[in-house]
Design a protein around this ligand. Structure first.
Ligand code: ADP
Ligand code: TRP
Length: 323
């Protein structure tokens, strides 16, 4: 089984949603499967990030978050998407078996047009580049959050269409792995936690910044003595860091009344800092050694490229391209 997934570099630190929704499973899967590839989707970030310096910084930050979270270059191939430009060629090959209607139904494109935004071709073609990411390495299993499921279905569709059009088996049809426990993590305002909503709790940031985020979790104005809804955002976030027995006890205390949100937030802050403290140390280790991180990504790219070459050759041959 070959596992593959990617993360778009669009910020300074991944957040709790990214960790519990994706990264944690990446780490578990690298141990369970013989081959795992995890990359930083810097080509994909081009639809939103237009500053080259920022892109480099965000890319390095994802690499640091990967390593901090426990992705291990001995067990998984870690690389930067743009180090394998062959992915752009496969994107082109796939575009001509991709119906316009399929891309018009893509959530990200639909959301942007619904908001009346000027959509560029990069955003429209985003699912094709993502399909190429997956198909170029003959990935069998793609761990993603629920929000990416549609992209994997499109990927399967494109692979089938290509194989059918050229009567070949050049591409492997991947399976999505919708991550267990990846119920949507709520942000501080109660919506889905997302960079684009500005409601995130970062995994790694200054203690004060994390504190500010946790203390800013919205709550109702019920006084301490009143019973509380154990499904309120603050409890859902707290639950991420608690054992089942602790969760049951907390829910009981909430329902009974006499529990203040402030107490829960303080405890949550401690748990967040404690949970990520070892990872934070690992992150600091790599942060002070950027050449080491660069070497890991370059070695990863070499291995990834060796996997990609025969797949792309197979596609070119099937389609009658090249000499
Ligand atoms: P953002 O919404 O902050 O831009 P991304 O879209 O870059 O995050 O998400 C990267 C990965 O993290 C995806 O696999 C996605 O499914 C997962 N993810 C992001 N936010 C959440 C969340 N709030 N809950 C669960 N998983 C999430
Ligand atoms: N689109 C994914 C996201 O926004 C990132 C991504 C790019 C990806 N290429 C991929 C994920 C290939 C899995 C496989 O989260």
């Amino acid at each position: 089984m070959r596992v593959l997934s990617g993360t778009k570099p669009t910020g300074d630190s991944l957040h709790l949603g990214n960790y519990f929704g994706a990264l944690r499973q990446f780490v578990a899967l690298q141990a369970e499967h013989e081959e795992a590839l995890y990359f930083i989707a810097d080509y994909h970030s081009m639809t939103t990030v237009r500053d080259p310096k920022l892109r480099r910084r965000y890319t390095l930050n994802v690499a640091l978050d990967y390593l901090a979270a426990g992705l291990d270059p001995e067990k998984a191939i870690l690389f930067r998407q743009s180090d394998i430009p062959e992915v752009c060629e496969l994107t082109w090959l796939l575009t001509s078996v991709t119906p316009m209607g399929m891309l018009e139904r893509a959530h990200a494109y639909k959301a942007a047009t619904d908001r009346g935004e000027n959509v560029d071709h990069g955003l429209f073609t985003y699912p094709v580049l993502m399909a190429a990411d997956i198909l170029l390495y003959h990935a069998d299993l793609v761990p993603v959050g629920q929000d990416q499921k549609q992209h994997i279905e499109m990927t399967r569709d494109m692979a089938q269409r290509f194989n059918h059009a050229y009567d070949c088996e050049a591409l492997v049809i991947p399976e999505p792995y919708i991550m267990k426990d990846s119920a949507t993590v709520l942000g501080t305002d109660g919506q889905k936690m997302s960079k684009s909503y500005g409601n995130t709790i970062p995994m790694f940031a200054g203690k004060n910044q994390i504190k500010k985020a946790v203390m800013g979790i919205v709550t109702d104005s019920n006084p301490v003595e009143e019973p509380k809804d154990p499904d309120a955002t603050v409890f859902q976030l707290w639950n991420l860091f608690a054992e089942p027995e602790e969760r049951r006890a907390m829910a009981e205390r909430a329902r009974a009344g006499g529990l203040g949100y402030g107490e829960v937030k303080k405890d949550l802050l401690e748990r967040v800092l404690d949970f990520f403290s070892e990872m934070r140390q690992r992150r600091e280790h790599f942060e002070s050694r950027p050449e080491e991180v660069e070497a890991i990504l370059c070695q990863g790219a070499e291995k990834a490229r060796a996997m990609a070459a025969p797949v792309l050759d197979g596609c070119r041959l099937a389609a009658g391209l090249g000499s």
